[in-house]
Structures are given as C-alpha cells and as structure tokens.
Design a protein around this ligand. Sequence first.
Ligand SMILES: CC(C)(COP(=O)(O)OP(=O)(O)OC[C@H]1O[C@@H](n2cnc3c(N)ncnc32)[C@H](O)[C@@H]1OP(=O)(O)O)[C@@H](O)C(=O)NCCC(=O)NCCS
Length: 352
Amino acid sequence: MSKYGVAIRGIGVSIPEHIVWNDDLTGLVETSDEWITSRTGFKARRVVSGDQLVTDLAIESAKNALAYAGMQGEDIDLIIVASSTPDYIYPAACGVVQQGIGALKAFGFDMMMGCSGLIYALSTAVQFIENGTAKNALVIGADTHSRYTDWYDRNTCVLFGDGAGAFIISRHEKAGETDVLAVDFMLDGARGQEIKLPVNRDNCPLTTPRQNIEKSAIYMNGREVFKFAVGEVPRLMAETVKKAGLTPQEIDYYVLHQANARIMTAMAERMDIREEQMIVNLEHYGNTSAASIPLALYDALMSGQIKTGNTLVLCGFGAGLAVSTAVMKWNCVDHRTDAAPATLQTKSLEVV
Ligand SMILES: CC(C)(COP(=O)(O)OP(=O)(O)OC[C@H]1O[C@@H](n2cnc3c(N)ncnc32)[C@H](O)[C@@H]1OP(=O)(O)O)[C@@H](O)C(=O)NCCC(=O)NCCS
C-alpha cells in the first residue's frame, strides 16, 4: 500500500532550432522523401548544432515544466534524466540539470533505457513519491541521437531527431488520490542486439591496429524491432489498462513513442483504437527517443486535443528490447500567465 498518491504538476519541452528535411538527406545517402515518408511518416527532424548539448535541451525543458507547474527549481528534490545519448558518461546529466535550474537540494540519477527510458524514469519517480522519499520530482527524457548517428547509413540516419521533454510530479495533496493509476514493463534481453549503440571495446593501440577500431554508431534491425513493437506493445498496454482497473473504453488517448507511423497504425488496428485516439506528431521531429512521449503529449495539449480530465496511456518501446507503460489521469493545470505558446507543430510548419 502506497503512503502517498502522485499528482502530475507540469510538462515542458525543448527542441533545437535546426531542421533537417528529408530532402536534405538525399545529398548524403541514397534515399528519397517518398521512401522516408511512406516507410516512417517522418518529414523533418530537429538536430543540435554547434556546441549545443543534450543537457541544454534537458534544462530548457525542465524550466518550461517548472513554469507550467508554477514552481521553482528549489522546490525539486529528485531529478531523473532518461537519456541514451549523454554529453558525458559521467558526470551524470542530472547534476548538470540540478545546477541549471537551481535545484540545489535535489538528489538524482540518470537512466539509460533507450526509447522506453522516460516511462521507466517516471515510474521510478512515482515510487520515490509514493514511499515519501521525495515530494517533487523532475523527470526528463532527453536525447541527441544526431551525435551518435552514422550520417552515411541510410538505415538509421533518416530516423532520429533530437529533443527533450520533462514532467514534474508531486505528492498528491488529497490523501488516497493519485493521477498515476498503473505502470508496467517488459524486457527481452535475448533480442537486445536488434538495436544497439556499441561502445568501442578495442580502444588500445597496443592490441588493436588503428584501422580496426570501429566507430561507435547506432545499428538497428528495423524489421525485427518493428515486429517486436507491434507484438509486445499492444499486449502490455492492454494489461496495464486492466491493472489500472479500467476498460479500454475508458481510455481517451494513447501517447506512444513516436517511432514509425506504420507501427502506430498497426497497433491501433490490433487494439481497436480509433485513429483520433492515437497521438501522432512524428512527422515534424522523427524519432526523438526518450523525448518523444512528452513532445507528443505537449503538442496534443497545446492544440486542445488532450484536455484536463482525460485518461491517457503512455508507452515507450525500443532498445533493450523493452517496453514501459503508464496509465494516468491528466489533471495538470497550466500555471503560465503569458499567452499560451504556439504548438511545436505550428512552429515547425511555419518554416515549410
Ligand atoms: C526502420 C524502418 C523504417 C525500415 O522500414 P522497412 O520497411 O522495415 O524497410 P527494410 O529495413 O525492410 O528495408 C527495405 C529496403 O529499403 C532499403 N532502405 C533502408 N533505408 C532506406 C532509406 N533511408 N532510403 C531508401 N531505401 C532504404 C533497405 O536497404 C532495403 O533494401 P533491400 O530490400 O534492397 O535490402 C522500419 O523497419 C521501422 O520503423 N522499424 C522499427 C523502428 C522502431 O520501432 N524503433 C523503435 C526503437 S528506436
């Protein structure tokens, strides 16, 4: 039995300015806008430039989430950063965020679970709140896969984009109430090699000739990951809805990791989900890994599609191979006093 319930207090996002369109990639690899659009749904992706770091995006998303929640950095006592594309292996990104937002009393850690990282991080923070260890937690999903992509591999370079998204969750003020109704996970390490970002293990000139030292870049067996996603994700989502004590009819929206438009269509068919219940904004951002769920949710909130009181299923999947799911009530109040910012989608469409 949990000691405390959890309230979702804020959401914030951050995307780099620089846009890479499908057509920009035809100069690098043999591909086409038609292939990328029909196979993935992606039209553009954002990528960091110059010395912009994943932690810069993480900090901006955190500041935006604090503004949404009407809170200050000093209110935060736990920071979890989900990222598989760190600026540094150490120090951990949570410490950089701590300094960036002035959450000087907060403790924290990073989590490396690929595209399911954000929900793993969120549900971990939920437990720290439920057992009383933390009162206000900041959970960030931030990735800059552009730094780890082989831009001359057409199998992967068309897929990923950079971005960050943050949630703030707090101890619920009302005893016995909670916005996070259920969480669940699955992990199949046997299929772990289907998507990987290897670390160079032969970096010793005394044992390995220089020309044999491989560069570290993303590899993905797209077909296998596709099959995994379409097979496992609907199963786990259905189980988590049941665990929350709900029926599928009581779910308003599904906010899934934005990996591929065809995956979402296949899942919707399998689960009898109406097209308008599936939140899709991937055409503008590509696959932003741990950031994609808050980016999609934020866009749907700003466009008015998702409203206060809606019941949501959030689901991340990918590297591991892993899946993570959360069922939640969206009761979060936007405390920002300035005119509501344009949706991110509108922002990128303006450039078209
Ligand atoms: C990656 C993905 C878009 C590839 O689509 P696909 O329909 O499975 O395509 P395939 O990998 O079967 O490749 C088909 C052909 O297109 C080619 N191809 C691959 N990338 C291409 C590109 N960017 N442009 C043109 N052709 C391309 C392949 O070389 C292959 O050619 P071949 O038949 O001559 O060998 C798709 O498999 C996918 O989205 N998988 C899941 C990704 C995911 O869920 N990730 C989540 C974790 S991050």
